[in-house]
Design a protein around this ligand. Structure first.
Ligand SMILES: *[C@@H]1O[C@H](CO)[C@@H](O)[C@H](O)[C@H]1NC(C)=O
Ligand SMILES: *[C@@H]1O[C@H](CO)[C@@H](O)[C@H](O)[C@H]1NC(C)=O
Ligand SMILES: *[C@@H]1O[C@H](CO)[C@@H](O)[C@H](O)[C@H]1NC(C)=O
Ligand SMILES: *[C@@H]1O[C@H](CO)[C@@H](O)[C@H](O)[C@H]1NC(C)=O
Ligand SMILES: *[C@@H]1O[C@H](CO)[C@@H](O)[C@H](O)[C@H]1NC(C)=O
Length: 416
């Protein structure tokens, strides 16, 4: 039993099956690329911004290094990726796929899931055949599973990137098929086949790293602000998370109007999450110093405009806060599936001085006091900002791209 378990764990079982599949259906992929001119890359990412934006960041870096690189994103037709990817300037193709249900041994997983998985595998196979990429990059979300699996069965190079300290089940299974695994944290290596892992942090969208002046960014949201030249103005950016964040909505709902009335220099940009938007819009009063939006497409401008970020402590948001050097108030999600958020928030408190409020402590008074305490203390804000910038690892995308390129070059060299 133990031996078989060990064999499965180390991927022997998977490799063995792969070998059989390759014998039965020999794939004839022609990697006759001139890497400098004709690289084609497929990104498989979906579900939340945490999975989609690292892929966008890697794509941006590939394009910067070689504008001729052809890039295609594949995701769910109804997922956030279907709008977020085109608005980031990339082509998008849809493959419908279904998540595993919980508990794992439910009738859905045993009967419907395999059928839908095979369907998505066939669709993925078609997309891969038509675009003919040399490498497929998976950054998570359940839709990435069939695409990456199809890529591996087709004999394409496969790399995955894991943003969290503990991988989800899809990336864990894919790790046995992948050629490289890019992880953000040293400790994550223990969850994967060690030899394939490269620790390089989480990729941050290029646009966030590029310098957009605060004044320009602010004008974009509050046109009056630039002309007034109001140096006293303070902009708070509230991120409900790409799937919304209930408790944050509620406490801010009881707070925002009073704060705006008491402080004439306060401006708020509030991303509610798509689901909550209609309800929130009906509850929130119009105010010239408040922007309420379901989803921020120009996140770079929003970060650049902000003096303070109020957010969940998702791995990507933490990284973006560090990379943009913003003071922050973090409210870790109490969700069990996102239990690592509390650890991340405490770590952010240590390295960047972020103020952490747990969901239990969260109400409009605590949140209001925390916001005022930071905005009113210039030296504290400067210190938080400086510490965040110091802790950022801004070079993840470049490192990942270097590995991807050398992987493709290696395989082309072998073909010749
Ligand atoms: C806040 O967001 C959550 C999650 O999107 C939503 O379910 C909830 O209704 C919102 N709260 C309010 C008060 O609108
Ligand atoms: C709030 O402003 C929006 C657009 O600026 C407008 O469509 C809406 O009717 C306004 N709502 C109220 C209650 O004034
Ligand atoms: C997220 O949490 C993990 C441990 O759970 C930690 O290693 C990592 O540095 C955290 N990331 C950030 C940005 O705080
Ligand atoms: C401002 O923050 C600093 C820490 O950076 C702290 O020492 C100081 O007491 C704060 N000032 C006020 C008025 O709270
Ligand atoms: C970033 O990574 C690339 C590729 O690994 C490397 O060539 C470059 O020197 C790195 N830059 C910094 C500032 O570390």
């Amino acid at each position: 039993m133990l031996l078989i378990g060990w064999w499965v764990w180390t991927g022997g079982w998977v490799k063995w099956n792969l070998r059989i599949i390759h014998c039965l259906f020999p794939t004839t992929t022609h990697l006759n690329v001139d890497v400098s001119g004709d690289l084609r890359v497929i990104f498989a990412a979906g579900g939340t911004g945490g999975h989609i934006y690292p892929a966008v960041a890697i794509a941006d870096e590939l394009k910067t290094q070689n504008p001729k690189t052809q890039i295609l994103f594949i995701g769910n037709p109804t997922g956030m990726e279907s709008t977020a990817v085109p608005s980031a300037g990339y082509d998008f193709a849809a493959v419908a796929s279904a998540p595993l249900a919980r508990p794992l041994l439910s009738p859905h997983n045993l009967i419907i899931f395999p059928y839908r998985l095979i369907k998505s595998l066939i669709e993925s196979w078609r997309q891969l055949r038509d675009f003919d990429p040399q490498v497929v990059v998976g950054t998570g979300g359940y839709v990435s599973f069939p695409i990456c699996l199809a890529a591996s069965l087709k004999g394409l190079k496969l790399v995955i990137q894991e943003q969290n300290s503990v991988p989800g089940i899809a990336n864990w299974v894919l790790s046995f098929f992948a050629d490289r695994i890019f992880v953000a944290y040293d400790s994550t290596i223990d969850c994967f086949p060690r030899k394939k892992c490269v620790v390089c942090g989480n990729p941050i969208r290029l646009s966030l790293q590029q310098y957009v002046s605060k004044a320009v960014a602010r004008m974009n949201f509050f046109p009056g602000l630039g002309e007034m030249g109001n140096s006293e103005a303070k902009v708070v950016l509230v991120l409900g998370g790409s799937l919304g964040a209930n408790a944050i909505n509620i406490s801010l709902l009881n707070l925002y109007y009073q704060m705006l009335m008491e402080n004439m220099n306060l401006f708020i940009i509030w991303q509610t999450g798509v689901e909550a938007f209609n309800e929130m819009e009906s509850l929130v009063k119009n105010h010239s110093r408040l922007i309420l939006t379901p989803f921020l497409h120009s996140m770079d401008l929003a970060y650049a405009a902000a003096d303070l970020i109020v957010s969940r402590a998702g791995a990507m948001t933490c990284y973006e806060i560090l990379a943009t050097g913003k003071p922050s108030i973090l409210i870790p999600s109490p969700n069990v599936a996102e239990g690592h958020q509390f650890k991340n928030a405490s770590l952010m408190a240590d390295i960047a001085g972020s103020r952490v409020i747990t969901e239990d402590e969260l109400d409009s008074t605590t949140l209001g006091t925390a916001i005022e305490g930071i905005l009113e203390n210039e030296s504290l804000m400067a210190e938080m900002s400086e510490r965040a910038l110091k802790a950022a690892k801004p070079n993840a995308s470049a490192e990942i791209v270097e590995h991807i390129l050398s992987l493709v070059k290696l395989s082309t060299a072998k073909e010749r």
